[in-house]
Design a protein around this ligand. Structure first.
Ligand code: FEO
Length: 400
């Protein structure tokens, strides 16, 4: 496998082709846990991999350099997909010094027994001279954990960017120019929506700071390495940061006996009838929360449907709304809808979720007892048309 990233810098990560669940995020195209070996006068390993793949990492490093010759292990981020192999790595390389910031050292000590590790604490702008190459460290707090940092190699204009600009994307390609770009950008957007969105501001601040560096290569902790298409992905990040609304409407729903589905289809048809917006209709029996969040991130308006089950919201819909609430897509126009039998609570509870994460509620929940009649379906179409108008207006007025 090709591992060379630059002269003296190799990829030593692990490609997790089959992984499909990343703490609830559905990773449809797998993932990679990227680690890198920098060899100059001294040698540094940049980040590690998930714990089960520690031996794979050690084998990759050993193929390039004796483990006893590794001088430093840099930890940019304590989340276990990158730090999980640290106990095995530090045991296999007892001579190595772990280089990280104070918050990260503290986080690591709460995950692992770090008492025997040699640890060197670095701060914003500190450098580590490897002899021929330099590692410079920049703090990127809350992008996306408090202890997050990145490592820059000025001699190569190369940045190890941690999760920033990452994608859950398993591929034999190591670089953007070798990969299917449509897939890579879609996975980058999905990653942003599901991992970065809640921390959009600190992530944008980190990117702006890092953009002042001379950069030709950015090596994230997941997915492909950015070279030729670096300006595009940076532009996309800055565009995604404020959840800029597109002329797009999303209608997602759960259904028990098809009544809420009929309402959803009528709302979507009403939105389409305007001819001004793209419409995405997502049945939660088929759609995944990971994809719902990606579509919501840049929609102009959306509707959420739930029937009433046992005097409350359908659990499948509550799961999606709980997930969406955690990521808080900002400033969306929205309303709730759904059918009920003898107590109307599903749509009302859905409406409560929308209120809880700051949606601009367009109307009271649209409900019907049992199956929707012609009048109800007409009301749904009208509400859908209003949804389209709200999305188009939000997109047109953006930034004005
Ligand atoms: Fe890929 Fe925040 O860990």
């Amino acid at each position: 496998m090709k591992t060379r990233i630059a002269d003296g810098i190799d990829w030593t990560g692990y490609i997790d082709w089959p992984v499909r669940n990343f703490h609830g995020y559905t990773t449809s195209r797998g993932s990679t846990y990227n680690a890198y070996l920098v060899r100059a006068g001294k040698t540094a390993l940049i980040d590690t991999v998930k714990a089960p793949y520690a031996q794979n990492l050690l084998d990759s490093v050993a193929a390039l350099c004796p483990l006893g010759k590794v001088d430093y292990v840099v930890c940019n981020h304590a989340e276990p997909d990158h730090s999980g192999a640290l106990p095995a790595v530090m045991a296999a390389m007892p001579q190595a010094t772990l280089v990280t910031n104070a918050k990260c050292a503290d986080a690591l000590s709460r995950h692992y027994d770090t008492s025997s590790w040699k640890i060197e604490i670095v701060n914003e702008g500190d450098s580590l001279d490897l002899g021929g190459k330099t590692l410079k460290f920049y703090m990127t707090p809350m992008a996306h954990w408090p202890e997050s940092m990145v490592t820059y190699v000025p001699e190569d204009k190369l940045l190890f960017s941690m999760d920033i600009l990452g994608q859950h994307y398993a591929s034999s390609a190591r670089f953007d120019v070798e990969a299917d770009l449509a897939e890579v950008f879609q996975e980058a957007k999905t990653y942003y929506a599901n991992i970065v969105l809640l921390y959009a501001r600190p992530a944008a601040a980190a990117l702006k700071k890092l953009s002042t560096l001379e950069l030709s290569t950015v090596c994230p902790s997941h997915g492909v390495i950015w070279t030729k298409h670096l300006p595009e992905i940076v532009a996309k990040y800055l565009d995604w940061a404020p959840s800029r609304p597109a002329k797009k409407v999303v209608v997602f729903y759960g259904t028990m006996w098809g009544s809420t589905r009929k309402m959803a289809e009528a709302i979507a048809a009403g939105a389409e009838s305007r001819g001004t917006v793209e419409v995405k209709l997502m049945d939660l029996n088929a759609a995944d929360d990971t994809d719902v969040v990606r579509e919501l991130m840049d929609c102009g308006a959306f509707a959420a449907g739930s029937p009433t089950l046992n005097m409350g919201i359908l659990p499948r819909v509550a799961k999606t709304l709980t997930y969406v609430r955690g990521l808080r897509p900002a400033d969306k126009h929205a309303f709730a809808f759904g059918s009920y039998g003898w107590g109307s609570k599903g749509a009302e509870e859905a409406n409560g979720y929308l209120e809880s994460f700051g949606c601009k509620i367009m109307r009271p929940p649209l409900t019907v007892r049992f199956a929707p009649d012609a009048a109800t379906l007409e009301a749904c179409r009208a509400a859908g048309a209003e949804l389209a108008d709200a999305a188009a207006a939000a997109a047109d007025s953006w930034g004005k």
